[in-house]
Design a protein around this ligand. Structure first.
Ligand code: NDP
Length: 255
């Protein structure tokens, strides 16, 4: 065993939804482990800001703005990467959205929007990346699931369905792509301090509920996913595929 196992020098990672939040923290971690990291988001100004900040830390990062729900834009982005000789060795399917609405009030279009952003995006981007990884005989796909990959919570039905789907999509990718040299795994974060949870974080009752129910008695910080991403992206996980690793302060064990 050596720490070299975690070295990502010479690898390129594409992390979707990495202008902020969990994606940004995983992108920074992968870059610190030696990877060249391509950041992604839809808000170009926010993306540029993230690139500038990470470059300021001496990290090798670039930007590729596209909407993960726009298949034409995804294909164009991969074609541009091909044209410019950039191979994606590590794909982190992280971009996602969430909003709270009871199912009895949920429009079908809003259901579809959540499924598209959180689940279909991972299939489409995964497929485009895997075609290229297969040609080289290696690749690592890391999908971002959630506690809700395992359990349902009220008012976030399409999100729960999408994240449950992420768990099985990861297994399907592992089943189909293992022979091509591609490993697929997932990370299932618990309650994390990001913009996605802004309303919950500022709600004292919800904050107390999280701290009361999470065995570690606190929310997770985005940086706490970096080590798992590095593990799943590196040679350290060379015989791991189809797994979902929960980073939830122990919550899934007690709910
Ligand atoms: P944030 O809302 O903080 O950040 C979302 C990121 O995704 C941003 O970079 C945003 O880009 C990008 N994004 C959103 N929609 C799209 C799109 N259509 N195309 C491209 N990029 C997009 O979310 P988190 O960091 O909290 O969540 C990241 C992932 O982790 C999500 O999949 C989420 O479901 C999952 N997760 C989060 C948990 C949490 O507690 N926070 C718990 C479990 C899972 P832009 O800045 O351009 O809007």
């Amino acid at each position: 065993m050596s720490v070299q196992l975690f070295d990502l020098t010479g690898r390129t990672a594409l992390v979707t939804g990495s202008s902020r939040g969990l994606g940004r923290a995983m992108a920074e971690g992968l870059a610190k482990a030696g990877a060249r990291v391509i950041l992604n988001g839809v808000n170009a100004a926010r993306l540029d800001e993230a690139v500038t900040e990470l470059r300021g830390k001496g990290l090798d990062v670039a930007a590729q703005a596209f909407d993960v729900t726009d298949e034409a834009a995804i294909k164009a982005a991969f074609e541009e990467l091909d044209r410019t000789g950039q191979q994606v060795d590590i794909l982190v399917n992280n971009a996602g959205i969430q909003f709270r609405r009871p199912m009895l009030e949920l429009e079908t279009a809003d259901w579809q929007r959540v499924i598209d952003a959180n689940l279909t995006s991972a299939f489409v981007i995964g497929r485009e990346a895997a075609k290229r990884m297969a040609a080289r005989g290696h690749g690592k796909v890391i999908n971002i699931g959630s506690l809700t990959s395992e359990l349902a919570r009220a008012t976030i039905a399409p999100y729960t369905v999408a994240k449950g789907g992420i768990k099985m999509l990861t297994k399907a990718m592992a089943a189909e792509w293992g022979a091509l040299g591609i490993q697929a795994n997932a990370i299932g974060p618990g309650y994390m301090v990001t913009d996605m949870n802004e309303a919950l974080l500022s709600n004292p009752e919800f904050d107390a509920w999280v701290k009361g129910r999470v065995p570690m008695r606190r929310w997770g910080q985005p940086e706490e996913l970096a080590g798992i991403a590095i593990f799943l992206a590196s040679a350290a996980s060379s015989y791991v595929s189809g797994q979902i690793i929960y980073a939830d302060g122990g919550m899934i064990s007690v709910l």
